[in-house]
Design a protein around this ligand. Structure first.
Ligand code: GLU
Length: 418
């Protein structure tokens, strides 16, 4: 049987533990989440029925600071998946050295089949159900798959109603008017772009001679595609849940962005443009290009398809798109994977800036946000790159070596209570 997502996350941790000779006691602590909460979320639907959804919030680690991580709404959400995503948040915050632990939340639901009012009621009730464990100094949620600024605004308002005051630092990724940060919406995609350009720089390659495939045209993939095309890359294929599009001469990304702005559920379905071919998700993954950016869900590049992937450079916009088995196959082929915990860290880095701005009640301009983001990603990329060169390990292993060492060292210094 294939590994569960959390087993996959543990496999990655176990491999790095071996590599850095991690103290077995510390290793054992880091193999389990600190706290798991599962909640029932009854929601009155528009037709008067009451539907009960299942939600989770997992706090994986608070060793380096308050827990931090997004909330996703998806029909495939499970506790196992949320645990894996919470573990990855822990390593992500440690790689880029921001003062957070890791957490994640999720509700099993299909928001595309719900009205805005239903999603709002779901969000408010889920917020109340996890309120005993979240907090601006405890655990700070953020957007993830199928959630966004609106969702975060509702979370902020719900908590504020209970506290009887406006509580901004409870959640990040909020609308700008409610204490959100400029640049947060684009931050994950911007980080993916910066990571891609950094890799091309290290390899002495020119973005203008680089072709790119992007799987996923949501908040991460669409912004990454836009910014990379602005940097001169040719985006030859993109996809979303409704299918893929290919043009060997390069897709018109601004035109596609305009299309999804007004299309139903902001999807690419029905997009048409001369010279652009419709392709399947499989065809997209196996297309001929230099760079592949998986920016959808986990488990996309597996032992079943890794050898068919032609792109040599994979920049993980999504969390967990590559399985450990696929990582090995790609490594043997000489491909380079810039791991999720580094490549998509832009979102949580700007979440950190948002939280700092909320606490100080002093807001930055967008240049300050983008410059500070770039500084952190470039520095972290360099650290990961040099360890991977010095120790002759792939970039995921290098990133995990840095991250796990940081978490382990904080845990050692704090000691085990009592
Ligand atoms: N959901 C995003 C991630 O997976 C952002 C999390 C955050 O900003 O806390 O990194």
């Amino acid at each position: 049987m294939a590994d569960s997502v959390f087993q996959m996350a543990l496999k990655q941790l176990d491999e790095v533990a071996k590599k850095i000779n991690l103290d077995p006691n510390i290793h054992n602590v880091l193999r389990q989440p600190e706290r798991e909460l599962t909640v029932s979320v009854p929601v009155e639907m528009d037709d008067g029925r009451i539907e009960v959804f299942t939600g989770h919030r997992v706090q994986y680690s608070s060793v380096r600071g308050p827990c931090k991580g997004g909330i996703r709404y998806h029909q495939d959400v499970t506790l196992d998946e949320v645990k894996a995503l919470a573990a990855w948040m822990t390593w992500k915050c440690a790689v880029v050295n921001i003062p957070y632990g890791g957490a994640k939340g999720g509700v099993k639901c299909d928001p595309f089949k719900m009205s805005t009012q239903e999603v709002r009621r779901l969000t408010r009730r889920y917020t109340v159900m996890i309120m005993p464990i979240i907090g601006g100094r405890r655990d700070i949620p953020a957007p993830d798959v199928n959630t966004g600024a609106d969702t975060m605004g509702w979370i902020m308002d719900t908590v504020s109603m209970f506290e009887g005051r406006t509580v901004m630092d409870i959640v990040t990724g909020k609308p700008i008017e409610l204490g959100g940060s400029l640049g947060r919406r684009e931050a994950t995609g911007r980080g993916v772009m910066i990571s891609t350009i950094q890799l091309l720089n290290k390899l002495g390659k020119n973005p203008k001679d680089t072709t790119v495939i992007v799987q996923g045209f949501g908040n991460v993939g669409s912004v990454a595609a836009e910014l990379l095309s602005q940097n001169g890359c040719k985006i030859v294929a993109v996809s979303d849940v409704t299918g893929g599009f290919y043009n060997s001469n390069g897709l018109d990304i601004p035109d596609m962005l305009k299309y999804v702005e007004t299309s139903e559920n902001h999807l690419l379905e029905g997009y048409k443009k001369g010279g652009t071919e419709k392709i399947s998700n499989e065809e997209l993954l196996f297309s001929d290009a230099d760079v592949l950016i998986p920016a959808a869900l986990e488990n996309q590049i597996t032992e079943k398809n890794a050898d068919k992937i032609k792109a040599k450079y994979i920049i993980e916009g999504a969390n967990g798109p590559t399985t450990p088995e696929a990582d090995k196959i790609l490594g043997h082929k000489g491909s380079i994977v810039v791991p999720d915990v580094l490549a998509n860290s832009g979102g949580v880095v700007v979440s950190y800036f948002e939280w700092v701005q909320d606490i100080q009640a002093f807001f930055w301009d967008v240049d300050q946000v983008n410059e500070s983001l770039e500084k952190i990603i470039v520095k972290s990329f360099d650290e990961v790159w040099s360890i991977s060169q010095d120790k002759k390990v792939d970039m995921r292993m290098a990133a995990y070596m840095i991250a796990v060492r940081r978490v382990a060292s904080a845990l050692k210094q704090r000691g085990i209570f009592p």
